[in-house]
Design a protein around this ligand. Structure first.
Ligand code: LLP
Length: 406
């Protein structure tokens, strides 16, 4: 048996494009997007795909064609969205440290709003808008102080995190924003973390944010939208993840009859399980205590295992009649943290292809050139059609910005 992406065999893809190779299924991207729009259909949400999960232009273009908006965290991501034909008017600019140049660029492009995370940021946006003679649409990111129960590096909604404006300070922050003449207050925003496997913190954050919406309305600050931040977690292994219809139902109940537009910023759940990282086994090495399957992908291609101890399922692309053995799957990079998986049972030998699953999100977008490795190619599969959507980087491209001077 050979593993496929839609109607295309991984073996064929590896032969044609080489490895390591990120492979994305167009049908899976579409299905994941529609899972949100279907589940939330009564609320007619604006789904703003979080570009950081995977900013490949073809992926952005595909989501734009499905009607998606975008959640960006840098000027570079805005350039990507615009280059892919995305609508600035459906784009939300998040992040704690927007520079003046980024704010100016986004204001000129006409983004839907800035999700503002501090008072100094409000001042900065006011100043840039004043200089440009524009009014800036703003939404305040409130930290609801809810424990998302996820990995500490990707939990963002606690008091101890750098994100958002403290819940207790929210009202004053809105009053302050209302006094700045170049700002138009349009919304409220929260985001409590990523890879959420429990629905209750999401619902609690929504509830707490809506409470603020009502308090603000009583003060005459009437908001147009509520943005509930990122999406639900995905299945990497055997975790139970929140059911979108249940999430949508809970949000609809809480929203009641309020005239508020709903905005969502899912990233991982739109792309994560649409992607696979294909890698070839270089050697099988029997160490003193452990076996190692040494592959041609490494932590620079997929740093989630090294960074978060994340689990990615790994399967042999061709099933073979070899005795299975337990091994760590590691890359060629010179550090012990360079592993894709630990203690997996695999039946493979040198030259075989492995499929590293759930590699659509935070994989190619977090890739680096560590060890002077070229970043991998990416392909998009549509049935039996394949498009190369990112060429494999070359060493000349890596060296192009450097000079060997004394
Ligand atoms: N909105 C904001 C403001 C965010 O910070 C994030 C993710 C999202 C939306 C999208 O969240 P999602 O739907 O993907 O859960 N590199 C880590 C994930 C970092 C997520 C950061 N923020 C990983 O590989 O697990």
């Amino acid at each position: 048996m050979t593993l496929h992406c839609e109607q295309t065999s991984f073996t064929h893809l590896a032969d044609r494009f080489g490895t390591p190779l990120y492979v994305y299924s167009k049908a899976a991207l579409t299905e994941a997007f529609h899972a949100y729009t279907d589940a939330f259909d009564k609320l007619e949400p604006l789904v703003c795909y979080a570009v950081k999960a995977n900013g490949n232009l073809s992926i952005l273009k595909h989501f734009a064609s499905l009607g998606s908006g975008f959640d960006i965290v840098s000027g570079g991501e805005l350039v990507r969205v615009l280059a892919a034909g995305g609508d600035a008017g459906k784009t939300i600019f998040s992040g704690v440290g927007k520079s003046e140049a980024e704010i100016e660029f986004a204001l000129n492009a006409g983004v839907l709003c800035f999700n503002v995370e501090s008072l100094p940021e409000l001042d900065r946006i006011q100043a840039v808008a004043g200089r440009l003679g524009k009014t800036a649409p703003v939404s305040l990111r409130i930290n609801p102080d809810v424990d998302a129960k996820t990995h500490p590096y990707i939990s963002t909604g606690l008091k101890s995190n750098k994100f958002g404006i403290a819940y207790a300070d929210a009202l004053d922050a809105y009053r302050y924003a209302a006094g700045l003449g170049r700002l138009k207050i349009v919304g409220i925003d929260c985001h409590i973390g990523s890879q959420l496997t429990d629905l209750s913190p999401l619902v609690e954050a929504c509830e707490r944010t809506l409470k603020l919406v009502d308090t603000l309305a009583a003060e005459g600050i009437v908001l147009e939208h509520i943005d509930l931040g990122g999406g639900v977690g995905i299945v990497y292994d055997d975790e139970e993840v929140p059911d979108l219809p249940s999430y949508a139902h809970a949000v609809a109940e809480l929203m009641g009859g309020r005239k508020l537009k709903l905005v969502l910023e899912p990233g991982r759940s739109l792309v994560g399980n649409a992607g696979t990282l294909l890698t070839r086994v270089e050697f099988v090495k029997q160490g003193e205590e452990k076996n190692f399957v040494i592959v041609d992908a490494a932590m620079n291609d997929l740093m989630r295992p090294a960074l978060y101890g994340a689990f990615h399922r790994i399967e042999a692309v061709e099933s073979k009649d070899i005795a299975p053995f337990t091994a760590d799957v590691v890359g060629p990079i010179c550090e012990t943290g360079d592993f894709l998986a630990k203690e997996r049972v695999l039946a493979c030998e040198a030259g075989d292809l492995l499929a590293v699953r759930s590699a659509g999100a935070y994989s190619s977008s977090m890739a680096s050139n560590y060890n002077a490795r070229n970043r991998a190619a990416e392909v998009l599969v549509d049935g039996s059609e394949v498009k190369l959507i990112r060429q494999r980087e070359t060493i000349e491209q890596q060296l192009a910005n450097e000079t060997a001077c004394l």
